[in-house]
Design a protein around this ligand. Structure first.
Ligand SMILES: [Zn+2]
Ligand SMILES: [Zn+2]
Length: 64
């Protein structure tokens, strides 16, 4: 499935070290197995302005 490209540079890289894009949440490297994260990690990523978790693809921003 082709989605609109986001501005995150993970998409343009030859070697991507994360499974999910932190900006749009699509899989950028499906050879990396999805991880299971602690809520602490997600809280940290949320503070770092990530919209999605790069390890498990979870949407980090709470809907209002
Ligand atoms: Zn993206
Ligand atoms: Zn996660």
């Amino acid at each position: 499935m082709i989605q609109k490209r986001c501005a995150n540079d993970n998409h343009g890289r030859a070697v991507v070290t994360v499974r999910f894009c932190s900006n749009c949440g699509v899989v950028v490297n499906d050879r990396i197995v999805a991880g299971r994260c602690h809520t602490e990690q997600h809280a940290k990523m949320r503070r770092a302005q990530s919209t999605y978790c790069v390890d498990c693809g979870e949407h980090l921003v709470r809907a209002r």
